[in-house]
Design a protein around this ligand. Structure first.
Ligand code: SF4
Ligand code: MSK
Length: 631
């Protein structure tokens, strides 16, 4: 398996060389052009919140400027910058969720947006207190639930509905610490206000408010995004897929879906099966239409349709450099603005579709919720008609791809756990078997490993190394986002990966017939991890913070990941970050993050860039939790 990783890196290098030959610019060229990155920015001690600045204060308390023009010190400046990253991340996940809810609001029996999981619709409607949720007409209920969900963004009173899923003890902590999130938009707006020039300067207060805003992401926007996507597009099921650039097929019309929101991707998946469009592709000399996924759209589509994953964040440019992608179509988040320019070095057409993420440089076809299929069909026609423009001399698709199993939603995971119990004598359909395995020590614990790639870290190395170290020590891993795709490419999402595990995890994998690393979806689907952990805590009658479970983001880069880390810490799980956020300029703020917050939530941020050391820390953390539980 390590060979596969090595082979991948060889191929990455070959593609970067190919790009140089083709005269195409990549992120490596731009990184080199930037030379040394700004130390003040890196430490979070540059403030440009008002136009008296920018004010760069000294990282040292002994020399240099200690305060900005208004008097803000390094602790305030770092805290405010951090808070605004939480706002950015929360906004991205939650606004994604809002689009899903809008699509549900437009759903109908005959329209393109349908309700595929009526059972889940009724379950969540009942959970949210809608009367007669089990008997109301499906679409009437869907519209009522959608309206209620839209209120989660702006309701004037109360806190997020999904908080009630958490153990009572956790809900009390959130109330006590005043981090139970109210309406999502309110939390973001309030924190932007708090961090405006001349408002909050107390770093502790700013961190608390950052946690509360991030909580409105994890237990609000992200959870709504996940659950409502399932209702509309189906609960992910265990299925086989493939991953890596080798899924691009030189003999077919290749459409690369990149971004996050499943609304557009689902429509393209539907339209790509249209026999007329397939026929059109054949008339152009292609064998068919091949839709492949990139980043989280790739995760959404592979979990629900088995659509193959072309790669993760780092590979978005490489896919185009293969010279065999007819169209790169994107919606929102994690899309390099460089892609249209790169596409011009090849025949690829770059199409942006969201008014929220209109990307200059090539085509824009707006995705319209009221007529979503027309955008999808236009994208596919553009790709088909572009097939003939391929330059054969520039086509070079690496053969590398890995088989993978994906689709471990909470429901599917519980279904898999049923395989380890005796269905004649034991209760099925619960997380009890998972709790039993952990309590018996067959599994030492669990880790949620998530997040992006970052050129500050060797590509996928930290993800894979951490996962391998943990499964070797009988810690089951659940993964999302680009971390999940790293695992897929390295063969960790295969049943055979059990051979890399300790004895206990290997046995559990064999009995449940699952891989030791479970693909749980996209970035918003970290809410699935929260939900699963919550079910286990509730089943055992303990708080989330007592469980031998951790969060980790070894290679993250986005504001969303900063918000994620903050809601995971708020939920009671220590969170191991492999890349430093921009906080090192304030010792006091770092101390709050690594120690202070523990007194509020029972968990903290841990900074460790070496994945081997991170694994050691995680194992010590897990064993400490076990001792405290007496297991
Ligand atoms: Fe400078 Fe204060 Fe304005 Fe920030 S808010 S730019 S520290 S004057
Ligand atoms: S896509 S947020 S690079 S995980 Fe969700 Fe990957 Fe990070 Fe984007």
């Amino acid at each position: 398996m390590s060979n596969e990783l090595l082979e991948f890196d060889v191929i990455a290098e070959a593609l970067i060389e190919k790009a140089q030959k083709d005269g195409a610019e990549t992120m490596w060229d731009r990184k080199a052009a930037l030379k040394t990155q700004c130390g003040f920015g890196e430490g979070g001690i540059c403030c440009r919140i008002c136009v008296m600045g920018p004010c760069r204060v000294s990282p040292s308390p002994d020399k240099g400027a200690q305060r900005g023009i208004c008097g803000a010190d390094r602790d305030t400046i770092v805290a405010r910058n951090f808070a605004r990253m939480c706002c950015g991340g929360t906004s991205a996940h939650s606004d994604h969720a809002r689009d899903i809810v809008h699509a549900m609001y437009h759903s109908s029996e005959d329209g393109p947006f349908k309700i595929r999981e009526e059972g889940k619709l009724r379950k969540i409607a009942a959970e949210w207190g809608i009367e007669e949720a089990d008997t109301k007409e499906t679409y009437a209920l869907a519209h009522e639930l959608a309206e209620m969900a839209l209120m989660e963004f702006g309701k004037p009173f109360g806190t997020q509905n999904f908080l009630k899923r958490a153990p009572k003890s956790r809900q009390e902590i959130w109330e006590r610490e005043n981090i139970a999130p109210r309406a999502i938009d309110q939390e973001v707006v309030t924190l932007m206000h708090s961090t405006h020039m001349g408002c909050a300067s107390d770093p502790e207060s700013i961190l608390r408010r950052s946690l509360r805003t991030s909580m409105s992401d994890g237990w609000g926007g992200s959870m709504i995004g996940t659950e409502f996507s399932d209702i509309m597009y189906g609960v992910p099921k265990e299925r086989a897929s493939e991953s890596n650039l080798g899924v691009i097929d030189p003999e077919q019309v290749n459409i690369m879906l990149h971004g996050h929101d499943p609304n557009l991707a689902e429509m393209i998946a539907v339209a790509s099966k249209n026999p007329e469009l397939i026929e059109m592709a054949k008339e152009q000399g292609a064998k068919g239409i091949n839709v492949v996924g990139m980043c989280c759209t790739g995760n959404e589509m592979t979990m629900r349709h088995g659509i193959k994953i072309a790669g993760n964040f780092y590979q978005q440019e490489m896919a185009i450099i293969t010279g065999a992608v007819e169209v790169a179509v994107v919606d929102v988040q994690c899309i390099f603005p460089a892609l249209p320019k790169l596409a011009k070095s090849y025949h690829t057409r770059f199409i942006s579709t969201s008014p929220k993420a209109k990307i200059a440089g090539d085509m824009y076809i707006e995705f319209n919720e009221e007529d979503p299929l027309s955008c999808a069909e236009e994208v596919i026609k553009t790709a088909v008609m572009n097939f003939k423009n391929r330059d054969a001399s520039k086509v070079d698709v690496p053969e590398l791809k890995a088989e993978t199993i994906v689709g471990y939603s909470v429901e599917t995971t519980i279904g898999a756990l049923d395989r380890v119990v005796n269905s004649q004598t034991d209760v099925t359909g619960t997380v009890k078997p998972l709790g039993d395995l952990v309590w018996a020590g067959v599994l030492r614990g669990a880790a949620g490993i998530v997040g992006c790639n970052n050129p500050k870290v060797e590509h996928d190395y930290a993800h894979i190394t951490l996962m391998k170290e943990l499964i070797k020590n009988d810690v089951i891993c659940v993964v999302t986002g680009c971390a999940a795709q790293a695992a897929a490419k390295a063969g960790l999402l295969k049943l055979e990966a059990k051979e890399l595990c300790g004895r206990g995890l290997k046995e559990a994998c064999e009995r449940a017939n699952i891989p030791p690393v479970l693909h749980m979806g996209s970035c918003v689907d970290i809410s699935r991890i929260l939900h699963l952990v919550t079910l286990v805590a509730n089943e055992r009658g303990v708080d989330i913070a007592e469980l031998p479970v951790v969060g980790a983001a070894p290679e993250y880069m986005s504001e969303k990941a900063v918000a994620i880390a903050s809601y995971v810490v708020s939920s009671g799980l220590n969170t191991y970050l492999g890349v430093m956020p921009y906080v090192s300029g304030s010792e006091n703020f770092m101390k709050l993050m690594t120690e202070g917050v523990k007194e509020w939530t029972g968990a903290a941020y841990v900074f460790e860039s070496d994945p081997i050391k991170a694994a050691e820390l995680i194992m010590a953390d897990i064993e400490d939790k076990r001792t405290k539980l007496g297991i």
